[in-house]
Design a protein. Structure first.
Length: 94
């Protein structure tokens, strides 16, 4: 089996039991790890930021924005796995 599939399956199973605050913390941590390990995806994000903003950002600022993108995407994936099995009447309890 594919490692990515197994990790996603594990995330979906554990997210349902995880408190939101802990989930966001771990997702941000995963976003940082992915940022550091994925040069290909960093290049894609960098190109997209440059294209969308139209600004010439210094490297430090560009890197900070890119890192934030990875963190926010990881948090979005956590939310999807956490909230997908919930019924609408349970959303207000969060």
């Amino acid at each position: 089996m594919d490692l990515k599939y197994l990790l996603l399956k594990l995330a979906v199973k554990t997210a349902g039991f995880m408190p939101m605050r802990l989930g966001y913390y771990l997702a941000a941590l995963c976003g940082d790890v992915l940022f550091l390990l994925s040069a290909k995806r960093r290049k894609i994000v960098s190109d997209n930021i440059r294209h969308v903003s139209g600004l010439a950002l210094d490297k430090k600022r560009q890197r900070g924005i890119m890192r934030s993108v990875f963190k926010h995407m990881a948090k979005n994936y956590f939310e999807l796995t956490k909230l997908s099995p919930l019924r609408l009447d349970k959303l207000e309890e969060l």
